[in-house]
Design a protein around this ligand. Structure first.
Ligand SMILES: Nc1nc2c(ncn2[C@@H]2O[C@H](COP(=O)(O)OP(=O)(O)OP(=O)(O)O)[C@@H](O)[C@H]2O)c(=O)[nH]1
Ligand SMILES: [Mg+2]
Ligand SMILES: [Zn+2]
Length: 342
């Protein structure tokens, strides 16, 4: 049944969830696009059509959701995961649902910041997805630079593979395509990193618009403006996304704890429960660092996530917002600008 939906990732899991609604007046479909009031849904016959969403549907569907439709979307099937980010007022902004892997795209024509990559990796884990780091535009990097960076990122040991690609020479594209097959993949990264170019290389056709980058700092021009779903030739779904702008990432406390459970376990052995791991007596973290049980890179990654969480707590606590001051006002202004644009 529903053969036309198989390339989109339809499976027995979704069939069971559809049946559990106990309605025989609904058809299944997957959300491919979100345009304000309407969502584009691919239905059982493989045709894509716009649907309104009943206001009582909870949660409201996002790209990647499996839904039940009548003449409108009447239900969202329970998600297997959700890629989300933190919006400037500390709330969560859902991006893509039911993601198998998040491909973190870094362009080698600009400095790659390991801190940013780490945050994106945590975001992928939080989404219930596997992170994969792609260093692309290898043809523009100095010889050895891609390998040096890949080794540096592997050393942080967040459980993400690193693949080096070039859309210009085709290097690494076959490897990446094999890793994407049959899954729901989201491309994630800053504007101009090369996400849409990778999309076209993986699809084997010019389906996504490509934008030039600024000379000097290689900044992109936000060419892709909405999350768009493409079918991969061998089955599977690829979501190209607009370049992320600086603001914080949503990091679930549990997700971070799960990724850094080894570090947190060490921290529990510190003599003082409020140990800052900065020269306090009986600090187990510093001992582990000295003995080589813990690497400096991994400790840095953990610290970064803790800082991120603290900043998030500050932003979502109305009393603390005051102290957040000018910086918060700036973020709010950026957000309203963004809202006007879309
Ligand atoms: N030389 C080279 N240029 C590349 C490669 N991949 C992308 N580019 C160039 O980088 C620029 C930006 O590429 P896009 O694919 O539009 O970047 P994007 O990440 O989709 O950007 P946004 O849609 O703005 O978020 C374009 O000029 C591409 O031609 C590559 O592997 N090699
Ligand atoms: Mg793009
Ligand atoms: Zn300590």
């Amino acid at each position: 049944v529903y053969e036309a939906l198989l390339p989109y990732g339809w499976s027995d899991r979704w069939l069971a969830l559809l049946h559990s609604l106990e309605r025989d007046d609904v058809a299944p479909g997957r959300v491919l696009r979100h345009d304000g009031m309407l969502v584009n849904v691919v239905g059982p016959d493989g045709a894509v059509a716009p649907y309104a969403v009943h206001t009582n549907v909870e949660p409201q569907p996002v790209v990647g959701d499996w839904v039940a439709t009548t003449d409108a979307v009447v239900a969202v099937l329970p998600r297997s995961g959700l890629l989300r980010r933190q919006d400037p007022d500390g709330g969560e902004q859902p991006l893509v649902a039911n993601v198998d892997a998040v491909v973190i795209v870094c362009g080698l024509d600009r400095p790659v910041k390991p801190g940013r990559v780490q945050r994106a990796v945590v975001l992928a884990w939080d989404a219930g997805a596997q992170p994969l780091v792609v260093l692309t535009k290898a043809d523009l990097a100095d010889a050895g630079e891609a390998d040096r960076l890949a080794a540096e990122l592997q050393a942080i040991d967040l459980g993400a593979d690193v693949v080096v690609t070039s859309a210009a020479t085709g290097a690494g594209i076959g490897d990446l395509r094999a890793r994407c097959a049959g899954r729901t993949i989201v491309l994630f990264g800053e504007s101009g990193a090369g996400k849409s170019t990778l999309t076209n290389a993986l699809i084997g056709d010019d389906v996504a618009a490509i934008g030039r980058v600024r000379t000097g700092d290689s900044k992109g021009r936000h060419t892709t403006t909405s999350r768009e779903v493409f079918l991969l030739p061998g089955g599977g779904v690829l979501v190209d996304t607009p370049g992320i702008r600086g603001v914080g990432l949503w990091i679930d406390e549990e997700a971070a704890a799960a990724i850094f459970d080894d570090v947190e376990e060490i921290a529990e052995r510190c003599r003082f429960p409020d140990c800052q791991h900065e020269g306090q007596p009986g600090c187990a973290i510093e001992a582990a660092l000295a003995s080589g049980e813990l690497s400096a890179a991994r400790l840095d990654a953990w610290r970064l996530v803790l800082r991120e969480q603290a900043a998030m707590a500050r932003k979502s606590d109305p009393r603390a917002r005051h102290a957040y001051g000018k910086q918060f006002a700036k973020l709010t202004k950026e957000a309203s600008k963004r809202a006007r644009r879309t």
